[in-house]
Design a protein around this ligand. Structure first.
Ligand SMILES: [Zn+2]
Ligand SMILES: [Zn+2]
Ligand SMILES: [Zn+2]
Length: 309
């Protein structure tokens, strides 16, 4: 082998890749805080400075995540020019430690990253983000009031899409999605902003007739055909159960795979309760139990039916 193949250097690329994904999450969170900060102060305009900061944070986050995923799947050869590709694992480690890994620029990474991240809608959102960022950062373009409202809606929308796209990739800290990443409070401040909900509802009405009210964020933006809320990204694939500890509807678990397992780990994003999710083999409902409680796949309702319930 002449260069560092993907399989041979797996531990190093995995290590670097997860560090980059972690940082991508930091920037996304920063962007969300910036937007949510403005959501609190009702009349405060989403001004050019705020728009500049959020688009830059998000752009950095997307670039980091894209590079991380290509690196993870294709090794160093996927993210560097041949002449800059580390010759050995030791070489790669040394370059990383000294901060000298020279990666391709984002335009070259993008088509490769599209193999592992997002869909067409996601990448057109990224292009939109790049254009806004260029306008704001390089030209400090003045934005008229209408544009600012548009932008505030767009950045929230793109931000959630970025997180959603990252959630679909396996085995890292994005596994439990936007709420886990942002924390329930920040997530709610972001998506419960009224103008954002109204805009999302209007868009949902354009896509499908009579969208439902989303059980997660409360926007009337839940599309039945697609089983997804376009305001917060909630889909019935991801079901939240009520937490036995704090009573918020905020417990995450892998609903889709639950049927195939006796139980799966479940976490409350609000109070950090941890336990197990089980699908009742009798009625098919998902329910939660404490970590040491598992006996069989029959929920309390079915176990007690005919007697005390
Ligand atoms: Zn929603
Ligand atoms: Zn809880
Ligand atoms: Zn049952």
């Amino acid at each position: 082998m002449t260069d560092v193949g993907a399989s041979q250097s797996q531990p190093v690329t995995d290590e670097i890749s997860s560090a980059m994904l972690h940082n991508s999450g930091l920037f996304l969170k920063k962007a969300a805080e910036e937007i949510a900060g403005h959501n609190d102060a009702h009349d405060k305009a989403f001004d050019v400075d705020c728009a500049t900061l959020t688009t830059v944070f998000m752009q950095v986050a997307v670039e980091l995540a894209s590079t991380a995923l290509v690196l993870k799947h294709e090794g160093f050869a996927g993210v560097t020019r041949p002449k800059n590709c580390p010759a050995s694992i030791a070489d790669a480690k040394a370059l990383w430690k000294s901060g000298n890994i020279r990666t391709l620029n984002f335009e070259d990474i993008k088509p490769k990253a599209a193999r592992y991240l997002g869909d067409a809608t996601f990448w057109s959102a990224v292009d939109m983000l790049q254009r806004s960022r260029n306008k704001l950062v390089h030209f400090h373009s003045p934005l008229i009031e209408g544009d600012r409202i548009d932008l505030r809606y767009e950045v929230t929308h793109v931000l959630l899409q970025v997180i959603a796209a990252l959630c679909k990739t396996e085995d890292h800290q994005f596994a439990f999605g936007a709420m886990e990443l942002l924390g329930l409070e920040l997530f709610h401040r972001l998506v419960r902003f009224e103008p954002y909900q109204e805009r999302s509802a209007a868009r949902a009405r354009e896509i499908g007739p009579q969208p439902h009210r989303c059980g997660c964020c409360g926007a009337k933006a839940y599309l039945r055909d697609e089983d997804t809320c376009i305001a917060c990204g909630y889909s019935s694939d991801e079901i939240f159960l009520r937490c036995p500890s704090c009573h918020d509807r905020a417990v995450f678990y892998d609903h889709l795979n639950l049927e195939l397992n006796d139980w799966l780990e479940a976490h409350c994003s609000q109070c950090r309760w941890k336990g197990k999710a089980v699908q009742c083999s009798s009625c098919g409902d998902d329910y939660l139990i404490d970590e040491n409680e598992w006996r069989c796949r029959i929920c309390r309702g079915c176990r007690g039916s005919g007697t005390d319930r």
